[in-house]
Design a protein around this ligand. Structure first.
Ligand SMILES: C[S@@+](CC[C@H](N)C(=O)[O-])C[C@H]1O[C@@H](n2cnc3c(N)ncnc32)[C@H](O)[C@@H]1O
Length: 248
């Protein structure tokens, strides 16, 4: 592992790790990462992981249909649960700014390459990977265009970017309202600065730089619940889609 992160990333990592443990999204039990996404051994976020397990199946099915995939980069890999599952079939590198026990430090599988680095400044050569996956990670980019450009650079011609489980909003206003709620949550947790590295996405922003041709494989939300919320005049909340993007 290389690229010692500087503040404020270091501060992000410290406080983010603390919150992940408090929220039950990190655990010192080695079985936790091994059993995800199908079983949440903390029992704290069972519904969230149920949805993520469904998205994982969608992702794996999509990946299996792609020709000539071997080298996969998992950005914002966290404890590496996804990298571990993918390593049965692909050559996987897990990248994260967090090398603690909530991040890359939890990965003990020798098949997985571990790189400490920033998804907005990938420490990898051009065209190294067939697939880049950002699972629940892209919304931590401070500069989305920069992150997308870096992922495109890391991919070979015709390579595919997979985005999963990042919150997408219908427009910038809905995204901003949600961000205010996130800020309130982080303020209460004594780590308001975390909100500076967390922003929901809109589809328009993703398409803007025209680096990828995207298709949505799974809408990532329960259509019935969303329709009911609309009928009641309530906000529908974010979608967490699975999106595949072919490098142009
Ligand atoms: C919600 S977790 C997702 C972890 C894992 N991919 C999963 O699917 O459960 C977000 C991860 O993104 C990492 N992260 C946040 N900002 C990052 C950045 N700029 N570069 C690389 N990783 C980042 C965090 O450290 C964390 O591990």
């Amino acid at each position: 592992m290389s690229n010692e992160p500087q503040t404020p990333i270091r501060r992000f990592v410290e406080d983010y790790r603390r919150l992940r443990f408090a929220e039950g999204y990190a655990s010192s039990d080695p079985a936790f990462a091994r059993q995800l996404p199908f079983r949440d051994t903390t029992g704290r976020n069972v519904a969230a992981w149920r949805l993520r397990a469904l998205h994982y199946v969608v992702m794996r099915t999509g990946l299996a249909l792609l020709p000539a995939v071997d080298r996969v980069l998992d950005v914002g890999a966290g404890n590496g649960w996804l990298a571990r599952r993918l390593a049965h079939r692909y050559s996987v590198t897990a990248l994260d700014v967090d090398a603690t026990d909530a991040g890359l430090g939890a990965i003990d599988d020798p098949r997985i390459g571990r790189v400490r680095g920033d998804l907005e400044a990938l420490p990898v050569r051009d065209g190294t990977f067939d697939v880049v996956i950002a699972a629940a990670a892209l919304h931590y980019a401070v500069n989305l265009s920069q992150a997308l450009a870096e992922m495109a650079r890391a991919l070979r011609p015709g390579g595919v970017l997979v985005i999963a489980d990042s919150p997408f909003y219908s427009d910038a206003l809905a995204r901003h309202r949600a961000w205010r709620r996130t800020l309130g949550y982080y303020e209460e947790a004594g780590a308001a600065h975390l909100a500076r590295r967390y922003q929901g996405l809109t589809r328009a922003e993703l398409d803007g730089p025209a680096l990828f041709r995207f298709i949505t494989l799974s809408p990532g939300y329960e259509p019935l619940r969303a329709a009911l919320a609309r009928l009641r005049g309530r906000e529908t909340g974010p979608r967490l889609p699975v999106i595949f993007g072919w490098k142009r």
